[in-house]
Design a protein around this ligand. Structure first.
Ligand code: SF4
Length: 370
């Protein structure tokens, strides 16, 4: 399969692994892969086994479902108390636990919650059910924000009165800054996200090198992409260089996707502050719907109130999310928290660090021990 096999070539993988081993010095290297897609690839292809021991890969806050605080799920579920409301969400959001139940459990208890594959599906539902209020529970980074923005623009053009969006779209730059400003992690560089960068380009990361003196390599998701990116990072660290490099040239342009950026700017503006799981409130780190499209803003239409809900007891989701702890440090992993019965969002999402660790490492360890 072209575009996949060539990036999984075993000889090239071996050569890159050897090149990294030849390049590393005596020091330790701590790199954060921001995106959960990279975390999954690292575990799935066993890339950490191919790295020398003095390179530590730390997963970051790039899983859109995982960074959503529990209170936001609770807020969305308050909408379902109105029997006239249909709440729509993507499949992984359906399974994210709120403080009491997930959207899927709310559905099982008779609330009108429906899974959709795109915001346009939710808009179609509104058109088909003019007697109902349809609310799309929107989450995600700049990767998915354009499709929500375009759907709101479409609803406006069609004058669909009974459609609204509960907007929880977030932006990738501010959490990276927040992590760099916290002295705790002491990172040497970043493997930058691929999908988000296809929308925003690489210029929004310039501050990482210019203000914090750290290198960042935007990377593809295949084994060769990730190993090439790590090799570039090691070389830059060894030379004392800090630059922003684009390894994923087949998908990412420095200037990003102009049409997608324009759609975001048309519909959204920065929120003064937004709560992130594990990182707390970060200024200018999320989008809200502009006044010109206020009719489609569920928070305004339904007078929604912010809810702040605590993490479940003994769960360390927030610490895992920012790389301060690893999934295997959680006392609930594999016992109370599994993909079938997740306690935290990191076990739900296909980009969650706990889901990746459980699927590719924990199950194997348990099977090996018999
Ligand atoms: S194992 Fe479950 S409870 Fe523990 S950190 Fe991961 S998602 Fe959270």
């Amino acid at each position: 399969m072209k575009m996949v096999d060539e990036y999984r070539n075993p000889e090239k993988i071996r050569a890159l692994s050897e090149a990294i081993r030849a390049e590393v010095g005596d020091r330790g290297y701590r790199f954060m892969e921001i995106c959960g897609g990279h975390t999954h690839s690292i575990y799935r292809f066993g890339l950490n086994e191919l790295l020398p021991e003095n390179i530590e890969m730390i997963h970051g806050p790039g899983c859109p479902v995982c960074v959503l605080p529990i209170g936001k799920v609770d807020e969305a579920l308050t909408l379902t108390n109105d029997p006239n409301v249909i709440l729509c969400a993507f499949g992984d959001v359906m399974r994210v636990p709120g403080s009491k139940i997930s959207p899927l459990e709310a559905k099982a208890r008779g609330k009108d919650v429906r899974m959709v594959y795109s915001p346009l599906d939710a808009l179609k539902l509104a058109i088909d059910h003019p007697d109902k209020e349809v609310v799309f529970f929107a989450i995600g980074f700049e990767t998915t924000a354009p499709s929500t923005a375009l759907t709101i623009m479409r609803a406006s053009q069609l004058k669909v009165e009974n459609f609204a969006v509960f907007c929880n779209h977030v932006t990738v730059g501010p959490p990276i800054r927040s992590i760099l400003e916290s002295a705790d992690l002491d990172l040497d560089g970043f493997v930058g996200p691929g999908h988000v960068s296809a929308v925003i380009g690489t210029t929004p990361y310039d501050f990482v090198a210019e203000e914090f003196g750290r290198p960042l390599v935007v990377s593809g998701f295949e084994p060769i992409d990730i190993l090439e990116s790590i090799l570039l990072l090691v070389k830059m660290v060894n030379r004392g260089e800090a630059a922003i490099y684009n390894q994923y040239v087949r998908a990412v342009k420095r200037e990003g996707n102009a049409a997608a950026i324009a759609a975001i700017s048309e519909v959204f503006e920065a929120r003064p502050s937004f709560e992130w799981r594990g990182l707390g409130f970060i200024e200018q780190s999320a989008y809200r719907i502009r006044k010109a499209y206020a009719h489609f803003d569920a928070e305004a239409r339904f007078a929604m109130e912010e809810i702040s809900s605590p993490e479940p007891e003994d769960a360390i989701c927030g610490d895992v999310l920012i790389g301060a702890k690893r999934p295997e440090n959680c006392p609930l992993l594999g016992s109370q928290c599994t993909p079938e019965h997740p306690i935290g969002a990191l076990m739900v999402s296909s980009e969650g660090a706990c889901s990746a660790y459980y699927t590719y490492v924990h199950r194997t360890l348990v099977a090996t021990k018999g």
